[in-house]
Design a protein around this ligand. Structure first.
Ligand SMILES: *Cc1c(COP(=O)(O)O)cnc(C)c1O
Length: 441
């Protein structure tokens, strides 16, 4: 099929995510024919440097040969088996490996019941969060605290797409349409809001003090809120949230779908912040952009709350839970991090990103340049997610062979963690040129 035929068929049948379709019909889309390392190749021969790992998942570059091999090897013996009453070596090994990189795993003084030793598999970031919510709710229901049914979340948080995950988000743009369907969540001030993290921590502590016995858990994106605008906050806030949840004897749920697995230079943001949550959600980087796969890590204490008679079993499970192909790729992802010291590469690249983004703060029209780990962001206007300024840079960048995807007025990069220094320079130079062109127009 040639490029025009693909577009014609696409226009007739494909409904694109988060896409205003009439606008999409009016623009020439990127038609990705193949991808390799940091680059996407359009069917018209154009090469694009992928500035966001294709929605934050291709964290080791596209088609990493070791991941492709691991996937092919696994297809030869076992592409799928259900985890309902069965098991397989790949899931068992992966669960054990995830427990070893979980925050607190290396902390000798951490009591056994608080260790994140149990792993529940699902399909993507939204389901990893959904699993955590249901686990928390069922835990309290059957362990003597049935009044604990509500969750606390940060206003500008983003936790995914399902009705449960959207309920957690306080962002009007994602939730207002679905308002009548959503369950009631206590939304608190974000540590990134004006007023600072201290006030946000105080408000959270007050809510937990006043209503702790109604609260099933506090859900956070530790250290960096992603889709809510790429907003970092200090580790002290995450630690304060941990202390407040321990005091109220409620659960801390870390949504590390974006921050986990090296994006911020440590295995997890919680580890970097020196915090051990009760539940931790992983997806995106976990399967390196090959196929959907997710895990929710739970403490031994939580797991114990589901033992005993049959009515106590966790009532949850997706068809593809623990899929061997996903598990094999995830194991290889972890092995590549170890063999190639990916976390150290992130530290080096983070310094380069921080320096360049800070420098662009001098440009007229650029606001709030910021960076953390392998993420750099800045604002070009005050319209947020529905703003147009970021899209202007998107177009200018595309003409230069870069693929970016702004969050409205927020322009950001989140490239593969193992991006070579010269390719990172190419990306940053391209962003700067596109930015200057847009600001001058
Ligand atoms: C992307 C994201 C999700 C949702 O993950 P999907 O794989 O898109 O379902 C949840 N939480 C955070 C923090 C995310 O960045």
């Amino acid at each position: 099929m040639n490029r025009d035929e693909i577009i014609e068929l696409d226009h007739r049948h494909v409904w694109h995510p988060y896409t205003a379709m009439d606008r999409y019909f009016a623009e020439d889309p990127i038609v990705v024919e193949r991808a390799e390392g940091s680059y996407l190749f359009d069917a018209d021969g154009t090469r694009y440097l992928d500035g966001n790992g294709s929605w934050w998942v291709s964290t080791l570059g596209h088609r990493h040969p070791r991941l492709v091999q691991a996937l092919l090897r696994q297809t030869e013996s076992l592409p799928h088996a259900s985890l309902a009453g069965c098991t397989h070596e790949t899931a068992a090994r992966l669960a054990s490996e995830l427990a070893q990189i979980a925050p607190g795993a290396g902390v000798a003084s951490l009591p056994a019941h608080r260790r994140l030793t149990r792993v529940f598999f699902s399909d993507d970031g939204s389901t990893a969060v959904e699993v955590a919510l249901k686990m928390a709710a069922q835990y309290w229901a059957q362990n003597g605290r049935p009044s604990r049914t509500r969750f606390v979340a940060v206003r500008s948080a983003f936790h995914g797409e399902t009705v449960g995950a959207v309920s957690l988000s306080g962002l009007p743009v994602f939730r207002s349409i679905f308002g009548p369907l959503l369950f009631d969540v206590v939304h608190v001030r974000s540590p990134a809001e004006e007023g600072g993290w201290e006030r946000a921590a105080e408000e959270l502590a007050e809510v937990l003090k006043a209503r702790g016995d109604a609260i099933a858990g506090v859900v956070l994106e530790p250290l960096l809120q992603g889709a809510g605008g790429m907003l970092p906050h200090p580790a002290a806030y995450v630690r304060a949230a941990r202390e407040a949840t321990l005091r109220a004897e409620t659960l801390l749920i870390a949504d590390e779908v974006f921050t986990g697995l090296g994006r911020l230079g440590a295995w997890t943001a919680c580890e970097r912040a020196g915090v051990v949550p009760d539940l931790l959600c992983l997806a995106k980087a976990l399967s390196g952009g090959l196929l959907p796969f997710a895990a929710t890590l739970a403490s031994e204490q939580l797991f114990d709350g589901f033992r005993g008679t049959k009515e106590r079993a966790f009532l949850y499970g997706h068809s593809y839970a623990g899929n061997p192909l996903g598990a094999a790729v995830a194991r290889e992802v972890l092995a590549i991090y170890q063999d190639q010291n990916v976390l150290a590469q992130v530290e080096r690249s983070a310094a380069q990103i921080a320096q360049r983004f800070a420098g662009w703060g001098e440009l007229k029209g650029v606001r709030h340049p910021r960076s953390l780990g392998m993420v750099g962001a800045l604002d070009l206007g005050g319209e947020g997610y529905l703003g147009e300024r970021g899209w202007q840079v998107y177009r200018a960048a595309r003409r230069r062979g870069l693929y970016l995807r702004p969050l409205g007025d927020t322009l950001y990069i989140a490239p593969a963690l193992n991006t070579a220094p010269e390719i990172l320079t190419e990306l940053l130079d391209g962003v700067e040129a596109a930015l200057r062109e847009t600001l001058a127009s």
